[in-house]
Design a protein around this ligand. Structure first.
Ligand code: ADP
Length: 506
């Protein structure tokens, strides 16, 4: 098979599987059912109409003809009305072509028979007449040919058996027969219906295909656009701009792209920030080592170099740990062991541990109320959260303020108990414009407090303040993983308060 033929076959297969094709096919199938039902209805109604019409005509004919037979066979020949009527002179108006007439006298002999009616049919009709109780009213019977022939009403005959009376008694039976549809109207109707249906179906197929193609056009636009959007080109949008369902789909798609782009941008920024953060201490270590090795140094100088290297190493370890924690959080592989615990217990443990660091920084740690705050949480992660907040308070208050206060409690929000823990300091405070970004990764308020570049001119105080800007984003993530949040309030010059809010166990 040539490649071309294969391609054509594949295209054909795809076409048959396409929504466009299936939609057209469904439309056509529904239309076929409707047309069929409509045709059957029209055909049936026309049949009924013809039957009623033909019956009325035969009855009228019988009424006209009966008086002509009133004295036939009864009176003396030569008397008026004693002769069998001769229709050859009257012509076809009385008995049109295709119709038959039979006159039978009471002794059963047929006095007149015009037309193609068979003797068998006459016998059957007589029998039916007798069976029906020989009423004085005319009766009609309908012949039903078997098989396919019955579909064509031209083959179906309507018989009328009408008694003929003189003044006193019945003097004979007049049998009239006529095809129900002598002019073959039903056949014409059938052909008309068939042609009209086929025409409608053809138009519907073409129209349906065109409509489906039109309706599917935006889908192709979406598909083409989606195909052309690569991971590096996420700023492209579909902007379909229509208000319909496909417009909604395109908008959803655009919104998804927006989110993806934001996520990719964050990821890119994160990688850039992380490498930047690591590059600085690595450069410092390298510079310090180079300097120390350039010539022989005194013991004090070597000690200073090693101290710098140790502190940079400590910073890098912390940074790498934070990065790992964040990477695990992003990957969703963080395993938390939730258990009922008292938030106040955890806070007190952290304060115990950090007391010495606080006094070294010249900060007093105060404890407020510590009622039992029952929450469902992971001890290790919540301890890390509290440590980060208290460490930050000590770190940032250490410059200006001297007090850090930690307190816990329970309040009711919208009928639900919420456990809280506040860490309050009298440090420099945070300007309002920074508060919304405080929990972003690598975000630092005081840019001058970020790590100085390779100049190595930081004071010890600056070194203590060195942070990567990852602490609060980890804090917020842990709080959210517990179904809570951390909020920050601050006033420049007065201090800051960080509050952890967690759903309480009842
Ligand atoms: P870092 O490791 O730099 O401390 P964080 O994410 O913990 O990173 O904090 C982000 C920024 O928020 C800090 O750089 C600091 O500017 C500000 N900040 C955090 N806590 C306090 C506080 N208690 N007082 C003043 N500023 C604070």
């Amino acid at each position: 098979m040539t490649a071309r033929l294969k391609k054509a076959l594949l295209r054909l297969r795809l076409f048959f599987k396409s929504i466009r094709f299936r939609l057209t096919l469904w439309t056509a199938a529904i239309l076929v059912v409707i047309l069929l039902a409509f045709s059957i209805f029209v055909y049936y109604r026309q049949t009924q109409y013809l039957l009623v019409d033909r019956r009325a005509q035969l009855q009228e004919q019988a009424q006209q003809l009966s008086p002509l037979y009133r004295y036939v066979g009864m009176a003396e020949p030569g008397l008026p009305g004693a002769q069998i009527p001769d229709f050859t002179s009257v012509g076809s108006q009385v008995l049109p072509a295709g119709e038959s007439l039979v006159f039978i006298v009471p002794n059963g002999s047929t006095l007149q028979k015009i037309g193609g009616i068979s003797d068998g049919a006459i016998q059957t009709l007589l029998q039916l007449w007798v069976n029906a109780g020989q009423t004085s009213d005319p009766l009609t019977y309908e012949s039903s040919p078997v098989g396919l022939a019955s579909l064509n009403l031209q083959n179906r005959i309507l018989y009328l058996v009408s008694p003929v009376f003189d003044e006193r008694r019945q003097v004979g039976l007049l049998i009239l027969s006529s095809p129900i549809d002598p002019r073959n109207q039903l056949h014409t109707l059938l052909v008309t219906l068939l042609l009209a249906s086929l025409g409608t179906l053809a138009i519907a197929l073409l129209g349906g295909y065109w409509l489906a193609a039109r309706a599917m056009a935006p889908v192709h636009t979406i598909t083409r656009a989606a195909r052309s959007i690569s991971e590096t080109d996420l700023n492209r949008r579909l902007n379909l701009g229509s208000q319909d369902e496909l417009g909604e789909l395109a908008d959803t798609f655009d919104a998804m792209l927006e989110r993806l782009q934001a996520a990719f941008d964050r990821q890119r920024q994160f990688t850039a920030d992380a490498s930047h953060e690591l590059r600085t201490p690595l450069t410092i270590v390298s510079l310090e080592a180079d300097q120390a090795l350039a010539r022989r140094r005194s013991i004090e100088e070597y000690e200073r170099t090693l101290t710098v290297i140790k502190s940079e190493n400590k910073y890098m370890s912390r940074l790498v740990n934070d990065l790992l924690t964040l990477a695990r959080m992003d990957a969703g592989t963080t395993q938390m062991k939730f258990e009922p615990l008292d938030l106040s217990d955890l806070a007190l443990d952290v304060i115990d541990r950090l007391n010495s660091i606080a006094s070294r920084a010249g900060v007093e740690l105060h404890v407020g109320d510590f009622p039992v705050v029952n929450v469902n949480g992971d001890t290790q992660y919540l301890t890390q959260l509290i440590t980060n907040l208290v460490e930050n308070a000590i770190k940032y208050a250490g410059g200006r303020g001297h007090h850090v206060r930690v307190e816990t409690g329970v309040r009711t929000v919208a009928g639900q108990p919420v456990g809280w823990m506040q860490v309050e300091d009298d440090g420099p405070g945070i300007p309002a414009e920074h508060l919304p970004f405080l929990f972003d990764r690598f975000y630092r308020v005081d840019k001058s407090r970020t790590r100085q570049q390779e100049d190595g001119l930081e004071s010890d105080q600056d070194k203590e303040l060195e942070g990567s800007g990852l602490g609060l984003s980890i804090v917020q993530w842990i709080a959210q993983a517990h179904g809570g949040q951390v909020v920050a309030y601050s006033e420049v010059g007065k201090g800051s308060t960080f509050e952890l809010q967690l759903p309480c166990l009842k």
